[in-house]
Write a protein that binds this ligand. Structure first.
Ligand code: OSB
Ligand code: MG
Length: 371
């Protein structure tokens, strides 16, 4: 089959609570929604969840727009394909730009699953009917403000809390949260903010006393050996996020024993197909996996719910309900978490209706290949 028409919608949605990581703060997000329509009028949706600025990774919304319009759209329209994996070969020679590719891969999988009348989760080989969801909390101005956020999320039913840390905002706030909640599933994420020198490694090893589920990406993305040295010194499992963009990175992680946990982000790895392969490879080697988020709007969020239904996603994923981030999402109904779990949809494709009116209202840029 062929794709007859593609529309790209760059959409800005405000966050209900601004979010600060070790590198930057944001109060709204600009993501690009990919709408693919086949010759029979069946539509698939995907989301390019690249951050607007190059602080998490080198891609931005603008680079994604450029790569999508100049390279991905023309190749996708030319391709003759039956399965999403075949469509991906159309852009196999384009290096990098995983977020941009992930949006197209997601749209292709949604389209394929809708044509097959199958829920996306099942199309991917998912088995769970419910997935466990955790929340990720940004750096707050004060420890009291952080404690209030934790209370708020526990009251909303979540059982796993991830805290962003950075030099100057680590042992003290994490100790305060642990003291207030001795039994919760707690983990920390530094987004690569620490140097991997011996002194810092000794300092981070003190986190062991706080019984964290993991410490995520303390060092720079390419610093796999630094993570391996930390894992040797620490009993808390080290989790890699930014370091693992390709399956080769994952093989390096395994060869170096650079961590015991993998955060699988569909966007970071170039889409659902690679993310699923990462799940298979990591779990075959005893690495625990979970699905990380990029504050996705509903389309990407639904994709994350679907992949989290694979059997190996044994730790809670960053698939909190839409309301943690957005007052109104781009899908109806929004993703809803009850008591920290999200029900995997059983209707075809991503399993949610796309709110095209809301998308049009919030659109910053638009491309329609039929115009
Ligand atoms: O490192 O996991 C991260 C958001 C933006 C950039 C990096 C990260 C995050 C999150 C988001 O933690 C969590 C979520 O989407 O729920
Ligand atoms: Mg992370």
């Amino acid at each position: 089959m062929r794709i007859a028409r593609i529309r790209l919608h760059e959409v800005r949605v405000p966050l209900v609570h601004s979010f600060q990581t070790s590198s930057h703060r944001k109060s709204s997000l600009d993501h690009i929604l990919v709408e693919m329509v086949d010759a029979d009028g069946v539509t698939g949706w995907g989301e390019i969840a690249s951050p607007a600025d190059p602080y998490y990774c080198s891609e931005t919304t603008d680079t994604a727009w450029l790569v999508a319009t100049r390279y991905l759209v023309p190749r996708a329209l030319e391709a003759e394909w039956e399965r999403p994996e075949e469509l991906e070969t159309a852009w196999a020679r384009i290096r990098g730009h995983e977020f941009a590719k992930a949006g197209f891969v997601g749209a292709a999988w949604d389209l394929w699953a809708r044509r097959a009348g199958m829920p996306l989760a099942r199309a991917l080989g998912g088995e769970r009917t419910q997935v466990r969801a955790g929340v990720s909390l940004g750096i707050e101005p004060t420890i009291d403000a952080l404690l209030a956020q934790v209370e708020h999320q526990l009251a909303a039913g979540y059982h796993r809390v991830k805290l962003k840390i950075a030099p100057g905002w680590d042992l003290e706030p994490v100790r305060a949260v642990r003291a207030a909640h001795p039994d919760i599933d707690l983990h920390v994420d530094a987004n690569g903010a620490y140097p991997s020198d011996d002194e810092t490694i000794a300092y981070l090893a003190r986190l062991d006393e706080l019984r964290l589920t993991m410490i995520e990406q303390p060092f720079a993305p390419r610093d796999l050996t630094g993570h391996a040295r930390l894992q040797q010194r620490m009993s808390t499992p080290v989790c890699l996020d930014e370091s693992v963009v390709t399956l080769d990175d994952l093989r390096t992680m395994l060869a170096l024993d650079a961590g015991r946990v993998l955060n699988i982000k569909v966007s970071r790895m170039g889409g659902l197909t690679v993310a699923r392969a990462a799940h298979d490879l990591a779990t075959a080697h005893g690495i625990l996996v979970w699905c990380g988020g990029m504050h996705e709007f509903g389309i990407g969020r639904a994709t994350n719910v679907a992949i989290s239904s694979l059997p190996g996603f044994s730790l809670p994923s960053d698939v909190s309900g839409s309301d943690k981030y957005y007052a109104r999402d781009v899908i109806v109904p929004p993703v809803v978490a009850h008591d920290g779990t999200v029900t995997v949809p059983s209707t075809p494709g991503i399993g949610y209706e796309v709110d095209t009116a809301w998308i049009a209202e919030n659109r910053l840029r638009f491309l329609d290949t039929a115009e």
